[in-house]
Design a protein around this ligand. Structure first.
Ligand code: PHE
Length: 352
């Protein structure tokens, strides 16, 4: 076929020129414009590049190669412009955002707060640390020996009764039972046993920890609670030392004018034993307040000292144990112990 038999040749050449002009001239300043441009030229089905390829047969055979190359060049231009426009758009998006204001104060992270029991526990521990007590801890799962026998509880003592103690293994044989400790006093035994392996008193420790009792739950008792135990063993320790330190403690926690009384009591592991009450002022009560028990204490029974190998002729000691919840409730004005275990954020937030 010669050129005259190609009636569309001139039109095809013109179409190529128009296409090149359009490709060069299109404004690509938005994402939509860029998308439309891509589809208009590069779409396999409706794209103008493909359409022009299909017109190659209209061109004179000797011109076809050049015509095809021109289309490819135009296609290349489309691709280059697309790439450049996309990059320009991304760059302007990044820089058109307002620059960071480095003088703005940082965003505050919401801060949690310590549980009131933890706060009270740390407060109590700190008071005694100031008097030279070391902090000791012991296991919550105890054996009968440390929780009862070594503390001079007779085998048939009612405190061993199922009603007070959560037993894990209730062994028939002596000292065999495994239980959740009912007080922090077993740590007295553990500390003294440890010291006596290769040493002698003085022993001066404070023992915070969780304890468990199988009691009816009410506004004033829960199946678990926390205690702080104190133990001081040395030559010449007397009941006067005990009264003096507990009085100092009460003044720190409840103020210089705190009223406090020692009431005779009984614990198998102390002799003599006492309970300590503080006067809780309350205008609404007849008499303007009432006595509240805060702890049990006494002179360590010589049987207990001898049981761990301490010479009770040479050494004496005092011990005390207090409920942390009771003290937290007094200090923070909480009247139901159960709320301490509900983890209601509206309650906990008040202690930050
Ligand atoms: N362990 C006793 C209790 O839980 C308290 C106590 C501790 C009493 C130390 C005397 C000495 O009730």
């Amino acid at each position: 076929m010669d050129q005259t038999s190609q009636p569309g040749a001139a039109a095809a050449h013109q179409a190529l020129e128009d296409l090149k002009a359009d490709i060069e001239g299109a404004v690509l300043d938005t994402a939509d414009a860029i998308d439309a441009y891509r589809i208009r030229y590069l779409s396999r089905k409706q794209g103008q590049i493909t359409a022009l390829m299909k017109r190659i047969p209209e061109v004179a055979p000797e011109d076809r190669k050049a015509f095809g190359q021109a289309i490819n060049a135009a296609k290349q231009t489309v691709e280059e412009r697309l790439e450049a426009a996309t990059a320009a758009l991304a760059g302007s998006a990044a820089t058109s955002a307002a620059p960071a204001d480095l003088t703005l104060p940082g965003r505050l992270q919401p801060e949690g707060s310590l549980h009131p029991i933890t706060q009270a526990q740390r407060l109590i521990t700190r008071v005694f640390e100031n008097y030279g007590f070391d902090v000791a801890e012991g296991p919550e799962i105890e054996d009968d020996w440390h929780n009862f026998s070594a503390l001079n509880f007779p085998p048939d003592h009612p405190a061993r009764d199922m009603q007070d103690t959560f037993f894990i293994e209730d062994a028939e044989q002596d000292h065999g039972g495994i239980l959740l400790r009912t007080h922090t006093s077993p740590v007295q035994i553990r500390v003294m046993e440890e010291v006596m392996k290769d040493g002698e008193p003085p022993i001066r420790v404070i023992v915070p920890g969780r304890v468990y009792r199988n009691e009816a739950i009410s506004y004033k008792s829960y199946c678990l609670f926390h205690q702080v135990e104190g133990l001081y063993v040395d030559e010449g320790v007397t009941m006067a030392d005990l009264k003096q330190i507990l009085h100092a403690f009460a003044r720190t926690l409840f103020g210089e004018d705190v009223r406090m009384r020692f009431r005779p009591s009984f614990f198998p592991f102390t002799e003599p034993s006492a309970e300590v009450d503080i006067w809780w002022k309350d205008e609404n009560l007849p008499g303007g307040g009432r006595w509240m028990e805060i702890l049990g204490c006494g002179m360590v029974d010589p049987n207990v000292l001898e049981g761990v190998g301490i010479d009770s002729e040479k050494y004496t000691g005092y011990a005390f144990g207090m409920g942390i919840e009771r003290i937290a409730m007094l200090r923070f004005g909480i009247d139901d112990i159960r709320i301490l275990y509900e983890n209601d954020v509206r309650f906990l937030e008040q202690f930050s």
